[in-house]
Design a protein around this ligand. Sequence first.
Ligand code: GLN
Length: 485
Amino acid sequence: MHLYQLTAHELHELLINKELSAEELNNYIFDRIEAVDDQIRSYITLTKESALERARVVDKQIQAGAKIAPLAGIPVAIKDNICTKGVRTTASSKMLSNFIPPYSATVVEKLEAAGVTIAGKTNLDEFAMGSSTENSAFFTTKNPWDTERVPGGSSGGSAAAVCAGAAVCALGSDTGGSIRQPASFCGVVGLKPTYGLVSRYGLIALASSLDHIGPFTRDVTDCALILEAISGNDPKDSTSASYKTPDFFASLINDVRGLKIGVPEEYMAAGIAPEVRLAIEQAMSLFESLGAVVEYTTLPHTEYAVVTYQIIGSAEASSSLARYDGVRYGFRAPDAEDVMDMFMKTRGQGFGPEVKRRIMLGTYVLSAECYDDYYLKALKARTLIKQDFDRAFEKYDVLLSPTSPTPAFRFGEKAVDPFHMYLSDICTASSNLAGIPGISLPCGFVDRMPVGLQLMGRYFDEGTLLRAAYTFEQNTGYHQEFPEI
Ligand code: GLN
């Protein structure tokens, strides 16, 4: 076992027992980054100096005999669409390649208050649009299990960093699956919380009614720790819920007796790889043998999820991205003849092809002639999808499915046809449309590539998800497998 394979809660023990100092730990992680990041390319920016400075503060507290918080001194990576004061935040776009935010996102402030050190900013698909990091304006991130395969997306850098031991934990954002799908492709734990539980203040918006921030970790215990640190009401985010955050740590109980688990048959159907289906069926049997009640159920509007997501997501994206005009901040095209020319050249040169595609699609579905046929219809479909979940949760405590119908695919395999790529959101987009929480955790391997199990829960019932996920993890060993990198 190497130090880079340990979880935050294991490292915490070493820190408080003075077997390791926070400065040593942080130096060690930066050495690890140096050793592996040439191969996987998970980071856009490293923040070594400030991380070491913060680590030394934690060490002083330990030496003074103070009780340190569970995440104190732990190196965490932040997706590069989450603002960090004074540290370049690019959203992997040429448009923001030199943008230095004057403030930090609430989640970053909360993590810093919990004592973490920020290791750096991780790669993503441009403005979080994509499922593979192939849409990053800078470079692609590789899957640490097989560098010829994608790490998933859009939070591919965060997932790959945690998987390769280049960060202990990370934050990502999830608008249609961007935390859970890369977590599943890289064999780590990823959680998208209930809409409103975690503040999005300081997250560069893709689609505000669908955007969420959440953790990537190496096990479920760390997931609970990070979630605990970042959740809670924030007056700076008007969609933040006034909800008293429960003690997520208390949900880590190895017991699912009596838990009612529904398996939506639509998620086990079209396009699912046979080996993924097998891994999910084994997970179902395991839960059953541990005393849960597992049954097939139905979410009948699932077939509309991907198009509904794309219509609403693109409509909102076209409006969120209107602010990038070369006037206020970010890239401005040189050599413009007049102000209109400057707008056009800036947006033409600053955005990549996927971003332009969605701006055009979004503008089209919001146009006066198309609004009723597309945008309004998509809003109605969204309600039907939400009602499917409401009905299912009358009967079941948890819904279980694959996170993605396939394990990580090869570079280029899906990039040729955007719709082909969009279909990889089939198991994840519905929960963004409904706003319910979802977690992905490793549940097996196909040819040494991880398979992810998704558990979805009722609004603000992350506790039950963590309990089910923890039980699964404690009765399997997948989270203790590491890639050879
Ligand atoms: N893959 C989805 C998309 O391309 C999800 C992106 C996300 O969650 N940010 O939109």
